[in-house]
Design a protein around this ligand. Sequence first.
Ligand code: FBP
Length: 330
Amino acid sequence: MANHVRHLTLSDQFFLEQGSRGASGELSTILNRVTLAGRLIANNVLRAGLEGRLGNTGGVNVQGEEVKKLDEVSNEIFKEVFDRVPVVAGLASEEMDEPHLFEHKDAKYVLLHDPLDGSGNVDVDGSMGTIFSVHRRRDVHAPVGLSDFLRKGSDQVAAGYLLYGPATMFVYTVGGPVHGFTLDRAVGCFFLTHPELRYPSSGGAYSVNEANQAKWPQDVQRMVQCFREGKTQCGARSARYVGALVADFHRTLIQGGVYMYPGESKRPEGKLRLLFEAAPLAFVARHAGGLASDGRGEILDLDAQKLHQRTPLYIGAAQDVAEVVRLLRG
Ligand code: FBP
């Protein structure tokens, strides 16, 4: 028997952590359905080249970005997996203009997600991920509406991601410790391999697309230069940039450092979405002892005015992100 089966499964861990608190099991159901969607997406990622699912659909999404065939497939998987779950009233997605409403309109929760983050990597067999966020509705008797989704990151009840790398991982928090699970494809089960993940107190890499340098305002250019030259209060850093936020975020969580997607002179709001990428990962970062900022304040404190609102993002080990903010202040 393989040793890893000694590790707890997601259900074991969740029950041990939540069961004693008399949890209703509804969040456990949502997390288990997210892992089911993740296993289905992982399988599609694995087989994309064999089944002619590389490349673009030819369409663009609400962001004006080309839609990969796997973006659409992954979004549909989430709609199908949650279609009959009586605890989720609606699903918002980076790939859909408006939220998709389910039949259980009095359900307690809503789900927001980026179904396939870093999908540009699908054609080059690079890592990708799925990011998810769960909010409890303010009033289950009111019709499901945008107000259920336009929430502060600090109001999330659960958030996390799936990472489709050499291994498929599932990382989540429900407002307590951050736990990491690794998929055993042979049995289709996630095992707790990374309990209570915390950022290291030093080391790691700074992670940014340096090709955008000329587009950044001067304060950002000076700050990144300090990281490039190791002239920061948090010490020298290596450089890594995968082109998939989830992969760069996960490396930073394990090894330390900071991921940056700054605003640009002509696009001060930056590229990444507040509700589908920045806020859920900020919730994970916060509960792993890290920090997430838009360069001025905390991501978790931002009010969402629009469903597809974008934000600059600096996220990672607390000392690294604090140094970014200090350097930006000049
Ligand atoms: P999507 O793939 O979901 O659009 O996410 C945006 C993203 O791909 C991040 O995953 C990644 O970190 C970043 O954009 C890469 O952007 P760029 O190619 O401009 O560096």
